[in-house]
Design a protein around this ligand. Structure first.
Ligand SMILES: Nc1ncnc2c1ncn2[C@@H]1O[C@H](COP(=O)(O)OP(=O)(O)OP(=O)(O)O)[C@@H](O)[C@H]1O
Ligand SMILES: [Mg+2]
Length: 168
């Protein structure tokens, strides 16, 4: 997976805007792994992406479950596996309730579940958010060139599919 884009944001709004840009390139069946230490801005990033996908209402970290599902222009799911110490000991259906071909999913703290996640959906991108002093964050989006997020703006196959789709 080639490095696609690295940007420093200086507010949560800027991080959300960057997430919205990525979200605009996602389609059902895609999953995005969002990484970074506690408080880095993972949920903030997911919130921006969810908004861009048409999710209305509050987007907050799941607390009592591993994930939340939201209706949007496509169904959206947001998982936080921080508290799931050993996913193998859990119900194998747990992840497939949230991740699959019919929806776009975002996962915080994927950790050891990354391989299983990749078996359920297409890992379209990995996002790494790092503290860069104060409200600054370095946001790096790793994605294959076909997602079309490249810094050079070279269109990928999904651009062709988009411009061919009526009403898009
Ligand atoms: N540039 C920025 N980008 C994102 N968040 C920022 C930025 N500057 C400040 N913040 C603040 O940092 C906090 C990030 O919290 P958030 O819940 O998104 O982090 P998280 O990585 O999901 O944490 P956790 O590991 O606990 O799930 C928020 O309070 C947000 O407003
Ligand atoms: Mg979070």
């Amino acid at each position: 997976m080639a490095m696609s884009r690295r940007q420093v944001t200086s507010s949560s709004e800027q991080t959300e805007a960057l997430a919205a840009e990525l979200a605009g390139r996602l389609e059902a069946g895609d999953v995005v792994l969002v990484e970074g230490e506690l408080g880095a801005g993972k949920t903030t990033f997911v919130r921006g992406a969810c908004r861009a996908l048409g999710v209305e209402g509050l987007v907050t970290s799941p607390t009592f479950t591993i994930g939340q599902r939201y209706p949007g222009r496509v169904p959206v799911a947001h998982l936080d596996l921080y508290r799931v110490a050993d996913l193998d000991a859990e119900d194998p259906e747990l992840l497939s309730d949230y991740i699959g071909p019919d929806r776009v999913a975002f996962v915080e703290w994927a950790g050891g579940a990354a391989a299983r996640i990749a078996g359920l959906a297409h890992v379209a991108a990995r996002v790494l958010i790092e503290h860069a002093g104060g409200d600054s964050r370095t946001v790096t989006i790793f994605a294959p060139p076909e997602l079309g997020l490249g810094p050079d703006g070279v269109p990928g196959p999904r651009d062709a599919a988009r411009s061919a789709a009526p009403g898009s």
